[in-house]
Design a protein around this ligand. Structure first.
Ligand code: ITT
Length: 207
């Protein structure tokens, strides 16, 4: 049986596979992603919330592939920017460098750490092959937007996201440390029991 990760983001795929492996799911299912299915076009993310977009991606990819699909919609929510970039996080520039530069320039003049507060948010949704949502979850990680990038791990905005409980940037944390406390790691842990139950039932009822 295959489980489809409904994302084209290689960073997300890496992190999600590590958690699923750690939970022993790699022995139960073959984990594939949209990166393995380049002929399947991307859906338009028209939702105004992370949960809406996670639903939309899970349903779309499940129907397109005929596989159970687990989707992640996530982003960075900056308080001083009224929640931007939020659901537009991946569209805030052409690449990670440009997105980070834009965010830092928008925060220029916001001096005190207390006013540079932000959080990463993640919504996950699991759809069956007919596109029906069978489980959903959310996760969050609080932090502060730093003044310059640092660190080589992770992806996206990790180099400018300072995590107070680690006292370093998210991009300086080892992958297993990020997965333990990140928005995505927490959302995945929260959905795991229902994902395991779904896989068990699907395997028992498959011809
Ligand atoms: P898919 O839709 O194919 O999953 P995407 O990258 O477009 O890929 P999203 O629409 O959910 O996914 O946008 C998420 C963006 O938020 C992502 O591209 C990063 O810029 C940012 N982001 C999310 N999680 C992050 C993380 O753990 N670390 C750093 N940046 C993150």
């Amino acid at each position: 049986m295959k489980l489809f990760l409904a994302t084209r983001n290689a960073g997300k795929v890496r992190e999600m596979k590590a958690v699923l492996d750690g939970a022993g799911l790699a022995e139960e299912v073959e984990v594939v992603s949209a990166l393995d299915y380049p002929h399947v076009t991307e859906p338009e993310e028209t939702g105004s919330t992370f949960a809406e977009n996670a639903h939309l991606k899970a349903t779309y990819y499940a129907r397109a592939t005929g596989l159970p699909a687990l989707a992640d919609d996530s982003g960075l929510v900056v308080d001083a920017l009224d929640g931007r970039p939020g659901v537009l996080s991946s569209r805030y520039g052409r690449d990670d460098t440009e997105r980070i530069e834009r965010l830092l320039s928008e925060l220029a003049g916001v001096e005190e750490d207390a006013r540079r507060s932000a959080h990463f948010a993640c919504a996950m949704a699991l759809a069956d092959p007919d596109g029906h949502i069978v489980a959903e979850s959310e996760g969050r990680l609080d932090g502060v937007i730093a003044r310059e990038p640092r660190g080589n791990h992770g992806f996206g905005y990790d180099p400018i996201f300072h995590v107070p409980e680690l006292d370093c940037r998210l991009a300086e944390a080892l992958p297993e440390v990020k997965n333990r406390l990140s928005h995505r790691g927490r959302a995945l842990q929260a959905i795991l029991p229902e994902l395991k139950r779904y896989i068990l039932i699907a395997r028992e009822t498959q011809p």
